[in-house]
Write a protein that binds this ligand. Structure first.
Ligand code: SF4
Ligand code: SF4
Length: 110
């Protein structure tokens, strides 16, 4: 029988499991609007639009570090957590910013 309560795991395994779950929950918050990757101005060359109109990163696992936009602008791709206090074009769409501000409605106000 499979155990799902985690009682058979060590403290380290339980911590790793809990961290992974929290990270997945955090990642699931993203609405894939693409705004943080320049979708509404000069997009990152790795930004891809899906058939449903959302955006994905073509190099997601290796995304952090120096990248280049379609227009040739060089910039550094960083974890979204580290730029939530910064402004970017259409950042009003960002689900993380909305959560921080406790905003429920979709889209931009301005
Ligand atoms: S590399 Fe970074 S900026 Fe470029 S699409 Fe991926 S996540 Fe966005
Ligand atoms: S702006 Fe926020 S919600 Fe939109 S793609 Fe970037 S991290 Fe996700």
């Amino acid at each position: 029988m499979n155990r799902t309560d985690g009682a058979h795991l060590s403290d380290e395994q339980r911590y790793a499991l809990s961290s992974r779950k929290k990270e997945q929950e955090w990642e699931a918050l993203c609405c894939r609007c693409g705004a943080c990757c320049g979708a509404f101005e000069d997009p990152c060359q790795h930004l891809q639009k899906t058939a449903s109109g959302t955006f994905i990163c073509g190099i997601y696992e290796e995304r952090f570090g120096v990248q280049r936009s379609v227009g040739g602008r060089e910039f550094r791709c960083v974890p979204i957590r580290t730029i939530l206090d910064k402004y970017w074009t259409h950042d009003c769409l960002c689900a993380y910013k909305k959560q921080l501000k406790n905003i429920k409605e979709p889209g931009c106000e301005s």
